[in-house]
Design a binder for this molecule. Structure first.
Ligand code: NDP
Length: 451
């Protein structure tokens, strides 16, 4: 429930951003958490502080023309929403997926602002991308698209202004092509303008792994509060991209067994435990579909594939669920199936993958629930470490970088847990994350005046 004093803020957001349901959902969730903090500190209602937090500082929408392999001209739409720079330069990934529109980028930028605040690092919030569909495109087409996209975007970026990274459909290859074009256009080797770079031209060790590892660390801390651990647990991880793959790696190192993974075409169940090397072969080397995992695993293995139209990955019984594909992928029906199969913890690797109804069901069933803006913050935190290394022209070891990541994730967990307790809802990580993130952004905005 949203408190009465904040209802006009939400009404205004709904009116001003018509037809953007994901953005409405993200704002509503944060405003619903702020009741206790407003009761304790009514001064946050002054100077339209909360209204300003809900309004992006700048939104850029642009045409991206490019030529495909058949010589045909294609047009896509590019976006960058620079949401909030009270804590530092705008920071947040670029998403290339046909579903991308301004509402989705706005919801992601809004979430990113609080997530970045939770890391404790000097980074503001932003997000961008395009409705370009990379699936089935040749390497040459991907490069030409990235170059055209950057030809407009570069003028809005800078290591002290706005620093994008990857997200769905944008990995090391795309970051490389965009950095190449940025360098050419600006005639500057400004390594800190993009993160997620490869190691040989300014990337950080452990950045590729950071989001999946980070979510696993967060869940580990959450399980520990109940005397539990990953050891011997059955785990289901949706998606099979960057976040999902490195979640598998870390869960396995903690003794957990990942029994199912997916992509948009369906899911694979492997009761022996997902074979990480085969998974990487399918997804990172062949850039193929998750169903091809079975081909590599062999027909005798007992592993099987279920098409997306036939069932949901959340029907597979597990102790820990890690939704790591996309927004609103885990519905109320899925949550009921997970609860009846005995799930004890859910950690969001993706951004807002769990619907509000599903979160309510987990809450009622006392399932530990880690919201994405806290649990998947390891990616952006390590991006900030990449910026630090670029600024000092340094390169840290994997161990050094991963131990900083683990430390940051522990701090985010403890901050969310203690904030939830302070505001009367122990164990409510959604409330804890929203309030802790909000307070840091709000304090900075207040100090900077009405800008
Ligand atoms: P990738 O592009 O590497 O992988 C995305 C995976 O999710 C693919 O397996 C994809 O399947 C699946 N997927 C995407 N859209 C859908 C859909 N509509 N239905 C079902 N499956 C879908 O992206 P990432 O792993 O980088 O990102 C995954 C999530 O994590 C996103 O929500 C992202 O915002 C979030 N995130 C990522 C961070 C990062 O560092 N990369 C940081 C923080 C959050 P298919 O190939 O079939 O489309």
């Amino acid at each position: 429930m949203i408190v009465e004093k904040l209802q006009p803020v939400l009404d205004q957001v709904l009116l001003r951003n018509a037809g953007e349901p994901e953005f409405h959902q993200a704002v509503r969730e944060v405003l619903e958490s702020l009741g206790p903090v407003i009761a304790k500190h009514p001064d946050y209602l002054e100077h339209a502080l909360i209204e300003r937090i809900c309004e992006p500082e700048r939104q850029i929408i642009f045409r991206v023309p490019w030529v495909d392999d058949k010589g045909q001209v294609q047009i896509n739409r590019g976006f960058r929403v620079q949401f909030n720079s009270a804590l530092g330069p705008y920071k947040g990934g670029l998403r290339f997926h046909p579903s991308v529109n301004v509402g989705i980028i706005k919801f992601l930028g809004f979430e990113q602002t609080f997530k970045n605040a939770l890391t404790g690092m000097p980074i503001g919030g932003g997000k961008g991308g395009s409705d370009f569909n990379p699936r089935g495109r040749s390497d040459g087409e991907i490069m030409r698209f990235c170059q055209s996209f950057m030809t407009e975007l570069y003028r809005h970026l800078g290591e002290y202004t706005d620093v994008p990274a990857g997200d769905i459909g944008v990995g090391g290859r795309e970051i490389g092509y965009m950095f190449g074009q940025y360098k050419r256009l600006t005639n500057r080797y400004e390594a800190g303008v993009l993160t997620g770079k490869a190691l040989f031209y300014g990337g950080s060790r452990a950045r590729t792994e950071a989001t999946g590892y980070g979510n696993t660390y967060f869940i580990q801390s959450m399980l520990a509060t109940k005397g539990e651990s990953f050891d011997g647990k059955r785990v289901v991880i949706s998606g099979s991209g960057n976040v999902a793959i490195y979640s598998v790696e870390k869960v396995q190192s903690f003794g957990g067994k990942v029994v199912a993974m997916s992509d948009s075409s369906g899911y694979v169940v492997d009761e022996q435990g997902i074979d990480l090397e085969l998974l990487k072969q399918v997804k990172e080397v062949r850039r193929s579909r998750i169903s091809d995992y079975l081909q590599l695993k062999g027909s005798q293995s007992g592993a099987y594939f279920v098409g997306a139209e036939k069932g949901s990955i959340w029907d597979v019984p597990c102790d820990v669920a890690m939704p790591s594909a996309t927004q609103n992928e885990l519905t109320g029906k899925d949550a009921r199936a997970l609860v009846s199969n005995g799930v004890i913890a859910v950690g969001e690797g993706a951004n807002m993958p769990t619907t509000p109804e599903a979160i309510g069901i987990f809450r009622q069933a006392n399932v530990m629930f880690a919201p994405g803006k806290a649990a998947n913050a390891g990616g952006v935190a390590t991006s900030a470490l990449e910026m630090q290394q670029n600024a000092s022209r340094d390169s840290w070891s994997f161990e050094q970088t991963e131990s900083r990541l683990a430390e940051i994730m522990r701090a985010i967990h403890d901050n969310c847990a203690s904030t939830a307790e302070e505001f009367g809802s122990p164990g409510d990580y959604v409330l804890g994350a929203n309030i802790a993130g909000f307070v840091r952004v709000a304090e900075a905005m207040r100090a900077l005046g009405v800008v």
